[in-house]
Design a protein around this ligand. Structure first.
Ligand code: MIG
Length: 635
């Protein structure tokens, strides 16, 4: 049962597709108050209640004991004391003494104090007083999730090949480098379906251009790669380079498609290409225009994209930089004391993603000028919708791979997400695991983290363990930052170990793909916390290092260095399966805690008693998989 409450006249985000009658605000089920233009609501918790939700966010599956913010943030340090990442997924759910979910459909900042200030209180502060509020009542968490998911519409389903293994790096700048990556994988006998093109494929970081010195005759190159079974996936950034003669910019400028300053002139920020205009994706005509620009690349045979920098990330604004430079010049020759020096330094450090800049950007919503602060969290989602809507119209469903960095609920209907710039840290294997069920609750099924870690140098064993989790994530992509150690599997010693892991993925694709489709069609989750399935089992309720997968499995990656296995908790008798290349070893295990040995080239998995999962033969490409002749592992 869902009850909708409307406060004021909210900006329409299009997150919810089901129609609900609006309830009387007198019946609002929470203690609430308005305070300084903000709306505050709260609820009590008992010690054993669990609070789920917030999708792509820092920390645990149980969100208790911290404060979070809904504010799409370009922050490449996903440390545990952060409050926000790239997404704003305003769904929260209490399970225990009471069972309910809430969705706050509001495109600006929300603060969620979930037992941080007072252990047994959740206090939610909405940065405004105009929003839609959905109260979802159910007996069990999964029922609440399904009800909520039904209201927001079916999750995006990517093409089948998007379940193959994908290799990325910032950057493979030219055709020769891309060829060498494919070659490296082929020679090592490691399956591969996609290679990514990060910003350097473009001409001067201009969206929808290709540098023809690096990729002469791009369309022919793309088609050659497709003959080899490889999909190239270019990146698209939110900012459009300001340059006379560059048609995308000129069209945007001449038609008034870019976000504005208060005085109506174009807001100008600096990102990779230097100064850019930011398309006002909140306008339907701008979305149609920008969406149709992807055609240049789809015409060249491209059938997958990733949208980046759409929080939006702004390195500096032209106004902000000018002020900072003036300050620096005015201090020239002065003997700076510490406070003056740090103030100067902070002025420059504060240029990026600055609150002042965000406050000075204006959108047009329903013909009215609206400050960016009021709609920040739906900017990136609308960029991705622009693309998704164009693809669905032009090519039909399930044809184009599309995922985004920034997101808001609703974008799950047209794309997936990746979890942004993580690190090559062991702790980020678990962070990846914990985000999966939370993202699923919010509709994002096609998702995954940068396997091996994006920032800093990875070790061989970290990449292997990360991949062994990635075997199960719909998006299985290894990605690494500029300047870090090579992270392609074939670049490490004994690459057979990597082959063993990735072959397991290909063998599981029929199972993973059908589990994915089913979850999308039934508004279900692919990954669930153990507590969903075993609500009365204390250890299962608290477990955040294992997940249920589909109706059949439990996964439990190894997430520490220099260990040959891990402890795992079985809430009931199950079959332990170790998969490695073509090898499958099974062992019956009883309810309780066990230590399992897992070598670096093995993928651990548990199957519930009486359930079975299919395996196909492995292949070098998803297009070569024989999905008809399956063998089964029986639990
Ligand atoms: O400022 O395009 O999250 O995956 O490799 C960095 C370069 C911009 C951030 C993305 C990352 C990508 C990188 N981008």
């Amino acid at each position: 049962m869902i009850k909708k409450f409307t406060f004021g006249t909210p900006i329409c985000t299009e997150a919810v597709v089901e129609k609900f009658e609006t309830s009387d605000n007198k019946d609002f089920p929470f203690k609430s108050r308005e305070e300084d233009g903000k709306f505050v609501l709260e609820f009590d918790m008992t010690d054993s209640d669990i609070v789920y939700g917030l999708g792509e966010a820092p920390r645990g599956i149980n969100k208790r004991g911290w404060t979070y913010e809904s504010f799409c943030s370009d922050d490449p340090f996903h440390t545990e004391t952060k409050s926000a990442l790239y997404a704003a997924h305003n769904f929260l759910m209490l399970s225990g003494s009471d069972n309910f979910g809430i969705f706050i459909d509001y495109p600006a900042r929300i603060r969620w104090d979930i037992g941080y200030t007072a252990k047994n209180k959740t206090v939610i502060t909405i940065d405004g007083t105009e929003f839609d509020f959905y109260y979802i009542k159910g007996d069990k968490p999964i029922e609440i999730v399904k009800e909520f998911r039904k209201s927001i519409g079916k999750s995006y389903i990517p093409p089948f090949w998007a379940f193959g293994y994908q290799q990325s790096r910032w950057s493979y700048p030219d055709a020769k480098t891309v060829d060498s990556v494919i070659d490296g994988y082929d020679k090592a006998g490691i399956p591969l379906d996609c290679v990514y093109l990060d910003i350097d494929y473009m001409d001067s970081y201009k969206d929808f251009t290709v540098d023809d010195k690096k990729f002469p005759d791009f369309a022919e190159y793309v088609s050659k790669k497709r003959e080899q079974g490889i999909h190239l996936i270019p990146i698209i950034d939110a900012g459009v380079k300001k340059e006379d003669g560059y048609s995308v910019y000129e069209e945007g400028r001449d038609n008034g498609y870019f976000c504005k300053n208060e005085d109506g002139t174009d807001f100008e920020g600096g990102v990779w290409p230097g100064i850019v205009g930011f398309p006002d994706f909140l306008r339907k005509d701008v979305r149609e225009w920008f969406g149709s620009k992807y055609k240049v690349l789809t015409d060249a045979g491209i059938d997958g994209f990733w949208n980046d920098m759409n929080e939006p990330a702004i390195f500096y604004s032209v106004k902000g930089l000018e002020k900072a430079l003036d300050k620096a010049v005015s201090l020239k020759g002065e003997n700076l004391d510490l406070s003056k020096f740090f103030n100067l330094k902070d002025t420059f450090l504060g240029l990026s993603n600055s609150p002042d800049d965000y406050s000075s950007i204006y959108h047009t919503v329903d013909g009215k000028q609206v400050c960016h602060d009021r709609v920040h969290n739906i900017y990136g989602a609308n960029m991705t919708k622009a693309a998704g809507e164009y693809f669905a119209k032009e090519f039909g469903e399930e044809k184009i791979l599309m995922f985004s960095r920034a997101s808001y609920i609703g974008a799950h209907r047209s794309s997936g997400i990746w979890f942004g710039d993580n690190h090559s840290w062991w702790s980020h294997i678990l962070l990846n695991l914990k985000m999966l069920p939370s993202a699923n609750m919010c509709g994002f099924l096609y998702c995954g983290a940068d396997l091996g870690g994006f920032n800093e140098n990875a070790t061989r064993d970290l990449v292997l363990r990360f991949l062994a989790l990635g075997v199960f994530t719909p998006l299985m992509r290894n990605h690494a930052a500029l300047g870090t150690r090579d992270q392609e599997c074939y670049n490490f010693e004994n690459s057979e170990d990597f082959r063993d892991i990735i072959e397991v993925r290909y063998r599981l694709i029929p199972y993973l793909y059908s589990t994915f489709r089913k979850a999308s069609e039934e508004n279900d989750m692919i990954f669930r916390p153990l507590s969903f399935d075993y609500p009365d089992d204390k250890i299962a309720r608290e477990c955040e290092t294992q997940l249920m997968l589909g109706d059949e499995c439990m996964i439990c990656p190894v997430y520490e260095q220099n260990v040959g296995g891990r402890y795992v908790y079985l809430p009931e008798d199950m079959t332990f399966v170790k998969l490695s290349g073509t090898k499958v070893v099974t062992e019956k295990m009883t309810k309780g805690t066990h230590y399992i040995d897992v070598a670096l080239n093995e993928v651990p998995l548990f199957i519930k008693n009486g359930r079975k999962i299919p395996l196909c033969k492995t292949a070098m490409r998803t297009s070569q998989l024989d999905t008809e002749n399956l063998e089964y592992i029986i639990g």
